[in-house]
Each structure stands twice: as C-alpha cells, then as structure tokens.
Ligand binder design. Sequence first.
Ligand SMILES: NC(=O)c1ccc[n+]([C@@H]2O[C@H](COP(=O)([O-])OP(=O)(O)OC[C@H]3O[C@@H](n4cnc5c(N)ncnc54)[C@H](O)[C@@H]3O)[C@@H](O)[C@H]2O)c1
Length: 273
Amino acid sequence: MEALSESTPPSEAFSLEGRVAVVTGAASGIGRATAVVLAGAGARVVLGDVDDAGLAAVAEQITGAGGTASARATDVTRRADVDALVDQGVAEHGRLDIMANVAGIASRNLVVDITDEQLDAVMAVNLKGVLYGCQAAMRVMVPQGTGGSIVNIASGIIDQTAPTYGPYAMTKAAVTILTKTLASEAGQHGIRVNAVAPGTILTDFSLPNFTDEDGRVDEQRKAAFTRTASQYAKLGRIGTGADVAWSILYLVSDAASFVTGQTMRPNGGTAMP
Ligand SMILES: NC(=O)c1ccc[n+]([C@@H]2O[C@H](COP(=O)([O-])OP(=O)(O)OC[C@H]3O[C@@H](n4cnc5c(N)ncnc54)[C@H](O)[C@@H]3O)[C@@H](O)[C@H]2O)c1
C-alpha cells in the first residue's frame, strides 16, 4: 500500500470504513474487544469461535451499536471451519481486508511431563489454527490484489517464560516465526503480517489462576493475581482486552502501512526486549 502523507487526517488513517475483517476467538476477552474496536472503526466484522452463545452476544452488541457483524461457529483446529469462516465473509461482503487470528488456549506442564495429548491440543489451536487463518486469508487477499493485513496473537511468554509454561510458550514463539516468515512472503502483494504479544490481560483466560475446583472465582486470589500482574508491569496495572484491541487497530489500519513482520507488545512495560 502507498505511504500516507503527514497531512492525512488521523480519522482517515485509522478508519476501517469499507474494510472487511475476520476475527477468531471473538466470543471472549481479547477477540471480543478486537471485534468491537474494529467494528467501531468502521469495519464489517465476521466472527468465529467455538462458543456459539458468546459469539451471538458479541455480534448483537456490535449490531446494536450500529455496526455490521455476523458470526459463524468455528473450530480453528479444523482447516475446513476456518476456510468456511473466511468464505462467509467474502460471500457476505465481497472481500477480505483484515484477518485477526486471536483464538488460543492455555496449556501448562513441566517440560519433563508434557504428554502427546497436551502438545497436540495446544498446537492445534494456538499454532495450526493461526496457520489455517493465515492461509485462508492469503487465499483471498492475494488474488483480490488490494493488499491486506493479518495479525496473529502471540504472548508475552515469548519474552519471559517460567516453569510449566513450556507447551504454551512453544506455540506462541512459533506464531512469531510464522508471522515473520509470512510477512517476508506476503509483502510483495502489499499484505502486512504482524504479531501481538500481550502481557497479562484480565480475561477468562486468567480464570484458572483464581477459580476454585467448582469453578467459582475466589475474589481474594483474583485480587492477588491482579496485584502481582500489576507489580510486574511498569505502568502498574493489569491489561484489558481493549488494551490489546487498540494495538490491533493500529496494526491493521493505514497508520501502520509501513509496518510488517513485527511483534507489538501491549504489556504495560513488563518486558522490553
Ligand atoms: N489473557 C492473557 O493474559 C493473554 C496474554 C497473552 C496472550 N493471550 C492470547 O490472547 C488470545 C485470546 O485470549 P483471551 O485472553 O481473550 O482468552 P479467552 O479465553 O477470554 O478467549 C479465547 C477465545 O478463544 C476461543 N477458542 C478456544 N479454542 C478455540 C477453537 N478451537 N476454535 C475457535 N475458538 C476457540 C474461546 O472460546 C474464547 O472465546 C489467546 O491466543 C491467548 O493465548 C492472552
């Protein structure tokens, strides 16, 4: 895409009017916030997730606010599901400009104890799911001939790992390499590919850190978790889904038209590699 001029109005540089965005993992947390922010910037959003009810609620929230959103039950571990999600976007809106591969799951175990089942499960969602999303997007964006932007969600775990995070960290590190490799292949088509490595973000993803065996939130443990995460962040607070979504808006907007192959870190300053 062409360089923006310094006199381009910011409202234009960050506008997604006329663009079509597919977001996976859109039923909750970072994916949900991303769907809402991109739709607020004018994109028509097509949302995928395994959580049907959550998806419907997010789509309703967006359409209720005057945006355009549709949803499709999507398991990103299935290539055919991801292809069908992108195809739905093209069928509904005639094009695809933005692909946000957000769906992800946690997996924790000591390296010596990682099982095949655990490895397969986390690789299927966090790595294969992102790869399928990249491939489905490229399949449409390349022949479309008008560029595009792909964003893949990695994690701050790539900068600062810790015991038991091995299975998860392995997939997230792989996502950043996938992102750089695809960026080097897709640039000739005007397609930008970037990763986002969020710090600790308070979403359902964090729940295992402070829920009891019966699934109830332990408010004291939640407060302790939030306090610890805030201490690690130089900005002194835990992140929100919206913190990440605004970073994603920048990356997919024309304001980032010279940015590709990068890993952006909305992490409150937790890590500064
Ligand atoms: N929350 C954090 O602290 C944090 C930090 C760094 C990175 N991340 C990453 O951000 C992404 C989003 O996480 P979140 O915090 O919003 O968590 P979340 O649990 O709130 O949302 C994840 C969403 O992914 C969906 N999902 C899970 N498996 C799926 C599958 N097979 N197909 C389609 N959808 C599936 C879930 O249903 C859920 O809606 C993940 O990739 C996660 O690894 C989160």
